[in-house]
Ligand binder design. Structure first.
Ligand SMILES: *Cc1c(COP(=O)(O)O)cnc(C)c1O
Length: 346
C-alpha cells in the first residue's frame, strides 16, 4: 500500500465528496466500520436476512450478533416494522443492504436509527454509482461501504472502501487496516514505513495493495461507460419482460440507480429449479440472490425462525445475466428463451 492507493482514495474522495479509506475487500470494509464505531462482543446489529453472507460474517467477525430481519417485498430492503420488534438493549447498529443497486427508503432508515440511537453502516456493495433523492450513495450518511470485487459495478480485482464524514471512525479504520499500526497510512503515503510504533487494539491485514488500486483507478475512469451499459441492458430487460404476465420484474428507476444484478420473480407454480436447468441447457447461467442467512447453521436462531416476506420472495428469485460484455441481442436471446420455457411449462 503506497502511492497508487493514495491516488485511488483521492479520486474516490472526489467522486463521493468526502473521506475514503480503501481496504482489501468489501467484507473487511464492513467489519472495520463496525469495529471502528466500537461494536463488538455481545452487541447486536440489525441486518436483512436477504443479503450475501458477507454482511453477516462481517458482523459476527467483530464478536457482535447479526439479527436477521425481514424485507419489504417491493424493493427487498430492510423492513423497519420487523426490525423494530427485534431491538433490545444490545442493539447498536443497523446495516441496510442496497439490494441490486437500489437503496430502500434511506430517509426513514436514518430517522429510525436516530430514534433508537443506532449507528448506520450501509452495505452499498451493489450500489456504486446509484443515487437516493439525487444524492450519490456514499456522499451522505453515517458510514457507507463498497466492494470492488471482480463482479461489482467497478472492480479493483479485489477490494473495497469505507466512506464517512466521521473523522474518528476514519482515523481508526486507517490504523485497523494496517494491523493496528498507528498512523502507518501517512508514512506509507510519503514513501516511508513505521518501524517505531504503537498498537492499541486488535487490527487486521486488510489494506489495499498498489496493484489493486491501479486497476481501480482505471475502472473509475471508465465508470460513465460501465454505468450506461448496465442501465441500458436492465432497461431493455424491463421493456421486454414487462409484457409477460407470468414473470414479475422489480420496478426500478434506472435513471437514478446503477443495477448490479437483474433479479426477477418466477411464480411458484413454475418450479424455479426446472426453469434454471432449462436455461442452462440453452447456455444461460442464472443466479439466486440470495439464500436467506437465517437458514444457515451458524446463524440459525429461534427468534428468526420464520421471516415471511424473505421466504416468499426467495422461492421465486431468479437472477438473469447482467454484465458489461453482454450486447442487446444477448438480452433478447435470454428473454426469448426464458419466455418459451415458461410458456411450455404452463
Ligand atoms: C459483494 C458483497 C459484499 C462483500 O464484498 P467482497 O468485496 O466480496 O468482500 C458484501 N455485501 C454484499 C451484499 C455483496 O454483494
Amino acid at each position: 500500500m503506497g502511492k497508487e492507493v493514495q491516488i485511488f482514495e483521492k479520486n474516490l474522495s472526489e467522486f463521493f465528496g468526502r473521506d475514503v479509506a480503501c481496504v482489501n475487500t468489501g467484507t473487511s470494509a464492513l467489519q472495520l466500520s463496525l469495529q471502528a464505531t466500537g461494536i463488538g462482543n455481545d452487541d447486536e446489529v440489525l441486518v436483512q436476512s436477504l443479503t450475501y453472507v458477507a454482511s453477516f460474517q462481517a458482523i459476527s467477525a467483530t464478536g457482535a450478533k447479526p439479527i436477521a430481519c425481514d424485507i419489504e417485498v417491493t424493493n427487498c430492503s430492510i423492513d423497519l416494522e420487523d426490525a423494530k420488534k427485534r431491538i433490545t438493549s444490545k442493539t447498536k447498529a443497523i446495516m441496510p443492504v442496497h439490494y441490486s443497486g437500489q437503496p430502500g427508503e434511506l430517509d426513514k432508515i436514518y430517522k429510525f436509527a436516530q430514534n433508537y440511537n443506532l449507528r448506520v453502516i450501509e452495505d452499498a456493495a451493489h450500489a456504486f454509482g446509484s443515487t437516493f433523492k439525487n444524492q450519490k450513495i456514499g456522499s451522505f450518511g453515517d458510514i457507507v461501504c463498497f466492494s470492488f470485487d471482480g463482479i461489482k459495478n467497478i472492480t479493483s480485482g479485489e477490494g473495497g472502501c469505507i466512506v464517512s464524514s466521521d473523522k474518528k471512525v476514519m482515523n481508526r479504520v486507517n490504523d485497523l487496516r494496517l494491523l493496528g499500526v498507528e498512523r502507518d497510512t501517512e508514512k506509507r503515503y510519503s514513501g516511508g514505513r513505521s518501524w517505531d510504533f504503537d498498537v492499541q487494539e486488535q487490527g487486521w491485514r486488510y489494506h489495499m495493495s498498489n496493484i489493486m488500486a491501479a486497476i481501480g483507478i482505471e475502472q473509475l475512469k471508465r465508470f460513465p461507460e460501465i454505468s450506461q451499459k448496465r442501465k441500458s441492458l436492465a432497461k431493455l430487460y424491463d421493456s421486454r419482460l414487462m409484457i409477460y404476465p407470468h414473470i414479475q420484474i422489480f420496478k426500478k428507476d434506472y435513471d437514478s440507480i446503477v443495477p448490479h444484478i437483474y433479479p426477477i420473480l418466477i411464480p411458484e407454480v413454475f418450479n424455479r429449479e426446472l426453469v434454471r436447468r432449462q436455461l442452462l441447457e440453452n447456455g444461460i447461467q442464472t443466479g439466486i440472490h440470495y439464500q436467506p442467512n437465517h437458514w444457515l447453521t451458524f446463524y440459525k436462531d429461534s427468534n428468526t425462525a420464520f421471516l415471511p416476506n424473505t421466504e416468499k420472495i426467495y422461492k421465486g428469485l431468479l437472477t438473469l445475466p447482467l454484465h458489461c460484455d453482454l450486447e442487446e441481442e444477448d438480452i433478447h436471446y435470454v428473454v426469448d428463451t426464458l419466455c418459451s420455457i415458461v410458456r411450455n411449462l404452463e
